[in-house]
Each structure stands twice: as C-alpha cells, then as structure tokens.
Design a protein around this ligand. Structure first.
Ligand code: PLP
Length: 253
C-alpha cells in the first residue's frame, strides 16, 4: 500500500475501504488539476469541499485522515451531530475540520448552525441574514463565510435567490458583523434543462455584479461531481464534490 499513497496518509485507514476512498479522492484531485490547467488557472486557488451528506461521521474521519479539512453538509441536524461527534478532529497536517453548510437552512435553525458552520453557502433571503445576525459565534473574531445562493433556473422551488435579489441580500450581509461576504453560490440546472457551461457563465456575470458592490467578495461556489470541469472553466473557486469521492450516497434516513 505504501506505493499508492500520495502523500502522508499513513496513519489511519489501511483497509480496502480507506484506500478506495483515497484513490477516488486522488482521481478527483487530478481531474481538478487537469480542468484548471485547461482553463489556464492555478489549481492552488481552488478549494475542494468534499460533500459527506447522508454518510456516517466515520467517513468524515477517514477523509480527514487523508488530509481533507473542508467538508459539506446539507441538513442541519445531521451536520450538527457529525460536528459534535468529530469535535477536535484534525487532519495529519494539523488543520481542524471546516464545516460548509450547503443546503436549505431554516431561519429557526440559523443560530444553531452558526455554532459549527465555518461557511454557509445557501444564504438566499434577508430573513436568514437577520437570524444569523443574532447568532452567537464560537469565536467572535471569526465571522461565518457567507455565499449568496442564486437560482439559475426559472423554478422558484429550486432554492437560491432570484438574480435581481443578489445585491439586496449582499448589502444585508455586509452590514452583519457575524458574517463575512465571500461570493455567490449556485447549483447548475439539470443537464436536460441547460448546459452547465452556459448556466455557469451567467453565474460568473452575477459574481461580477456582486464584486461591483463588494470587491472582496470574489468567490464562486459551483461545481459538483458531474459538472466541476465546466465550473472551473467559468471561474469557480469553491468546488462541492460528493459522490465522485465518497461513492454512492446511502438513502437519506
Ligand atoms: C449533494 C450536493 C453536492 C454534491 O453533489 P455530487 O453530485 O454528489 O457531487 C453539491 N452541492 C450541493 C448543494 C449538494 O446538495
């Protein structure tokens, strides 16, 4: 096994499940490097968030052993339970886990999510910003990284703010000390609805609009298992990749 281990893994999972996970992670890292090279971008400026939703905390532990510090979850109760179970866990490099909340967040759960979330990618309404403004942070010097989620479809049920709401929500985030505005986030429409490259080009336009208001908010959270190369080509900085790394998700309980 020593010959296939790309860097410093060593101490954790030696079983076949662990090394399969490591191999899939490595394959995605190589895919990201290829897509970055093709787009003339530096892969070092991209953050890979491994989406671990529906999987047990033990999978997050295995990923941390492989050097993954950024993990994504889309359900509050599940995220909260995993964050509590894995409190204090660090990667072999000594980094604590950073929990990225990427799903619909109920206003009444916002204060609780603020206790473990490093970032919230699904800021889609002013009321959610107001709820987060009232949250107590574990470290008041470290505001939560906030992404305004934009709906790239015409279906309001899909999640995300309508594009014309971006500035209004962003202004609310900017005046909220518990939040630090990082950029925009989106999920591509279904492939039969629209080609991801054209949807992500629109997202890039929204990012430019947001930067007109807040020049530092230059992050773009986009790209999943089936569309991350297109997202990288369109300027994504934060990739949210699940099944290509974790394998198929168990059915949600
Ligand atoms: C599940 C999910 C992902 C990851 O999806 P994969 O196709 O498994 O890579 C990314 N973003 C959001 C918002 C998700 O809900």
């Amino acid at each position: 096994m020593a010959e296939s281990e790309p860097g410093g893994g060593g101490s954790t999972e030696a079983g076949s499940a662990g090394s399969e996970l490591g191999a899939r992670l490595e394959r995605v890292r190589l895919g990201i490097a290829d897509a970055a090279r093709a787009a003339g971008r530096d892969a070092g400026e991209l953050t890979l968030i491994v989406v671990t939703k529906f999987h047990p905390a033990s999978l997050v532990r295995d990923l941390a052993g492989l050097g993954v510090a950024d993990v994504g979850e889309n359900r509050h109760q599940e995220a909260q339970a995993k964050a509590a179970e894995l409190a204090g866990l660090r990667t072999p490099e000594g980094d604590p886990l950073r929990w990225h909340f990427i799903g619909q967040l109920q206003t009444k759960k916002a204060r609780q999510a603020a206790r473990y979330a490093h970032a919230i990618h699904s800021i889609d309404r002013e009321r959610l910003v107001e709820a987060l403004a009232a949250a107590e942070l574990p470290d008041p010097a470290r505001p939560i990284e906030a992404f305004v989620q934009v709906n790239l479809t015409a279906d309001p049920g899909r999640g995300g703010a309508a594009p014309e709401e971006i500035e209004r929500i962003a202004e609310r985030v900017l005046e909220t000390p518990t939040l630090r505005l990082r950029g925009v986030m989106a999920v591509a429409p279904l492939p039969e609805e629209e080609d991801p490259a054209s949807a992500f080009a629109r997202l890039r336009g929204y990012s430019e609009r947001l930067r007109g208001l807040a020049p530092a908010a230059d992050a773009i959270s986009a790209g999943m298992t089936h569309d991350y190369p297109e997202a990288i080509a369109a300027g994504a900085t934060h990739l949210r990749i699940g099944s290509a790394i974790t394998g198929n998700r168990p059915t949600p309980g």
